[in-house]
Design a binder for this molecule. Structure first.
Ligand SMILES: [Zn+2]
Length: 496
């Protein structure tokens, strides 16, 4: 018998409690619905059955009287404790809750398909998402049920399911909050919600789109509880921050922020705009959509229905006496051309491009039809970025890397760190994210090289050798070796 089992038996005798078999626990839905998952995980307690009006709860620590009382009150019924090993309870909570078709949102009463429930659910989702540092909430209709998923640390994960009957009520509630037409079900609609949760003012952007099973809503947090370390330096290393400050200080020229979707480049751009907004200058933006509002910055949104695109919007902004212009994304030749010309004529122009590293942005401009001499004259810097999930500090452990992983990190390190999963990280093994950057400063030599049409590799190599630029890959591999992130994250961020 294991030591844990032995200790548990002793506890059972001491408190006159039953000890469950050492195996995963099967819970009936009626019992499971009595407690929210957060409470189960907080107290490591699984309600698994109801017998004669009493809720049977598996726990590993019967001495935690506060937990017992809290569970009794939340469940709204008498409870009976049964002992089991902590690891079995935690795993069973995960298995039961992830597999359940319905999980409770309301603690003390059953959720019924009425407006009150919809109001409570939407409020609760918004504040839970905020607490979990989610960036988006997806409310998705399916044939059998409504699925709520949240994007946390860049990945979309299942959060809850609700009965199908509730779906229309949830969408109606969201439409009311966002001031949308609740009678319109066939056309996409956009709006904003401003609300409060736990004393924080929260702004969300709402998009509702019809799908085959009904309307789907996505709520994006515009005021996220910022998770980036060292906000003053935009989450950048000292060297990179110094280089970027130098690039921005010229107050003219083109600066591109590059990376795939979800690399955090827009967040960085907003942090920079916020800093620049303190200067005595006129800042204009054209964005699709405006994700965050910034004081003293004139933000314009692309509106295809009204005929405002990036290119003509940008042309209009240039007649607004701007010093600094931000273009949400450079997608087409026309936009690239106007922004490059604006940069040459003494404006500081900031924008994003979808390229994997800094040097590739030069070739992307060339592919878009921008003459090399124009690009060379306009560019003052390029920043490439990625966000990597950090290993959960609560459950991280040293593990030897596999041969493939060793190849990725390019070192013969004996150990890497990996989270084995715990309630703190929702059994993902990761908690929070870290930004990594690669900053290319366009100096005289690079200007000549770009003008001469030299290759991406040549530009990259020059920056590494002569400017001491640390490539994203090297930066990321270093973080793996320091146990901050894992080789899987490097693959996910398309660094290998
Ligand atoms: Zn963990």
């Amino acid at each position: 018998m294991s030591d844990d089992r032995q200790a548990l038996k002793q506890l059972g005798v001491q408190y006159s409690l039953d000890v469950l078999p050492a195996q995963d626990i099967k819970a009936v839905p009626q019992a499971l619905e009595k407690l929210p998952r957060t409470v189960m995980e907080r107290y490591c307690a699984l309600p698994y059955d109801i017998c004669g009006g009493v809720l049977c709860v598996a726990m590993s620590d019967p001495a935690d009287l506060y937990a017992c009382e809290d569970i009794r009150q939340i469940a709204g019924m008498q409870i009976e404790i049964h002992l089991c090993e902590r690891e079995y309870i935690l795993r069973s909570i995960q298995i039961c809750c992830d597999g359940a078709d319905f999980r409770p949102i309301s603690n003390r009463r059953e959720v019924t398909a009425n407006e009150d429930a919809a109001i409570e659910i939407v409020d609760s989702l918004i504040s839970c998402g905020y607490d979990e540092h989610a960036s988006d909430i997806h409310i998705e209709p399916f044939e059998e049920h409504t699925l709520v998923r949240m994007r946390i640390d860049g990945l979309v994960g299942d959060y809850r399911t609700f009965p199908k009957e509730l779906h229309a009520k949830l969408i109606a509630r969201i439409k009311i909050l966002a001031d949308l037409d609740i009678a319109e079900h066939r056309l996409p609609q956009d709006g904003n919600i401003t609300t409060q949760a736990n004393g924080n003012r929260i702004s969300l952007r709402v998009s509702v789109v019809p799908t085959v099973y009904g309307e789907k809503a996505v709520l994006r947090y515009l005021t996220t509880s910022c998770e980036i370390d060292d906000v003053q330096t935009f989450g950048m290393s000292g060297d990179n921050y110094k280089k970027l400050t130098k690039i921005l200080s010229s107050h003219s020229g083109m600066v591109y922020f590059t990376g795939p979707t979800g690399s955090g480049k827009t967040t960085t751009l907003y942090m920079i705009l916020e800093m620049l907004s303190a200067l005595p200058v006129n800042i204009c933006t054209i964005e699709d959509p405006v994700e965050r509002r910034i004081a003293r910055v004139n933000q314009t949104e692309v509106n295809n229905a009204a005929g405002i695109g990036f290119a003509n919007g940008l042309r209009a902004l240039l007649r607004q006496d701007p010093d600094i212009i931000m273009i949400g994304e450079t997608r087409d030749t026309q936009t690239a051309e106007i922004s490059v010309r604006a940069a040459i004529t003494g404006h500081l122009v900031l924008s994003t491009l979808h390229t994997t590293d800094a040097a590739s942005a030069v070739v992307r401009l060339r592919d878009m039809g921008i003459a090399p001499y124009l690009a060379a004259n306009a560019l003052s810097g390029i920043v490439a970025q990625r966000l990597l999930r950090k290993v959960c500090p609560e459950c991280s452990q040293e593990v030897p890397p596999t041969a493939e992983e060793r190849e990725i990190i390019g070192h013969d390190s004996r150990y890497i760190r990996r989270g084995k999963g715990c309630p703190h990280c929702k059994f993902t093994g990761y908690k929070g994210r870290i930004a990594i950057h690669e900053v290319l400063y366009i100096d005289k030599t690079l200007r000549r090289m770009i003008s001469d049409g030299e290759s991406t590799d040549a530009l990259h190599d020059y920056a590494v050798r002569q400017q001491g630029m640390k490539p994203l890959k090297a930066f990321a591999a270093e973080l793996v070796n320091r146990g901050v992130t894992t080789p899987d994250e490097l693959i996910r961020a398309s660094l290998f």
